[in-house]
Write a protein that binds this ligand. Structure first.
Ligand code: PGA
Length: 305
């Protein structure tokens, strides 16, 4: 068998996107070049990897198997490269980190401090919600993630270290009547409309648990997929919001938003640095994990654990 890593890489891109056109974009190749690589791989392996039904392409059973092994081969190659980077010293290397949408409010100063220490590091940062983060962990597509509460029951084991408080708050426009009240009983929220994050957001999940634990029947208004849009909408008077206090520091300082003084505030949570249990972290990933646990609260002027 005379297959090449290049063929596997091109094939994986087509398999991931289920599209020759998207794979060509991703790989910076022409579409005929992509088709050619896949054809050569098929002829080497003597199986069809894709089938076309209507306008869509699907992986065949053999294609699914090859995709699985192609991913494993690339993971192992990345791991080898990371280990060699460690042996060569922390000079050059790559670190892929994904942070929850909300954690993006404090991630940049942390990444910038870390990067100043290791300027040879190539950081690939992705920002997405909790559900997408968990998918990346399952697919072993990321070194480390920063997220809110990791789930307890998952198909894979995770190693999660809490490193900083994550206070969840209910926000209103600064001139909202509730903004002046003290010890607001949860039932008072039933008269309000809440703007909500998209399904799959950890913040939304925490909000739903809060409402459920107080048996509240809440009216929800617009659904928006970013904390930024929630804040803007709350300021515009479209409803109240439920967010991490890390996302609203600037607006509180500028008196654009107010945190409601609840009789029973949402339960205190923590930010976690997470990776798959048993994953062989590269020297950079290990250094970043230690850095977050030991230094993040200090750099951000926040309470540690
Ligand atoms: P998210 O982040 O709402 O953007 O998903 C918070 C979390 O991970 O809990």
């Amino acid at each position: 068998m005379n297959i090449t890593l290049r063929q596997l890489k091109v094939f994986s891109s087509v398999a991931r996107n289920l599209s020759f056109t998207k794979a060509a974009d991703e790989m910076h190749l022409t579409q005929p070049a992509v088709s050619m690589q896949v054809k050569q791989l098929e002829s080497q392996l003597e199986v069809a990897l894709f089938e076309q039904l209507g306008k869509k392409i699907f992986l065949t059973e053999a294609g699914n198997e090859v995709y699985l092994y192609a991913r494993l081969i690339h993971e192992k190659l990345d791991e080898m490269k990371a280990i060699l980077d460690g042996i060569k010293g922390l000079h050059y290397g790559k670190l892929s980190i994904t942070v929850a949408t909300t954690a993006n409010y404090f991630a940049p100063p942390l990444l910038s401090t870390f990067y100043q220490r290791f300027p040879g590091l190539n950081i690939v940062l992705d920002i997405t919600n909790r559900k997408a983060i968990l998918k990346q962990l399952v697919n072993n597509e990321v070194d480390l993630v920063i997220m809110g509460q990791p789930p307890k029951n998952m198909e894979i084991d995770l190693e999660a270290a809490p490193f900083m408080e994550n206070e969840l708050v209910i926000i209103a426009p600064a001139n909202h009547p509730l903004a002046k009240r003290k010890k607001i009983p949860p039932k008072a929220l039933e008269a309000e409309t809440f703007l909500v994050r998209e399904p799959g957001s950890g913040t939304r999940y925490a909000m739903e648990r809060y409402f459920k634990s107080h048996e509240l029947d809440i009216t929800t208004g617009m659904e928006v997929s970013s904390d930024e849009a929630i804040k803007q909408s709350v300021q515009a008077g479209l409803g109240l919001g439920f967010l991490s206090s890390d996302a609203v520091q600037t607006e509180l300082m500028l008196d654009r938003l107010a945190v409601l003084d609840m009789e029973f505030p949402p339960r205190k949570r923590y930010w976690h640095i997470v990776h798959r249990k048993g994953k062989r972290l590269s020297a950079f990933a290990q250094a970043f994990k230690n850095f977050i646990i030991e230094e993040a609260p200090k750099i951000l002027n926040k309470d540690g654990i």
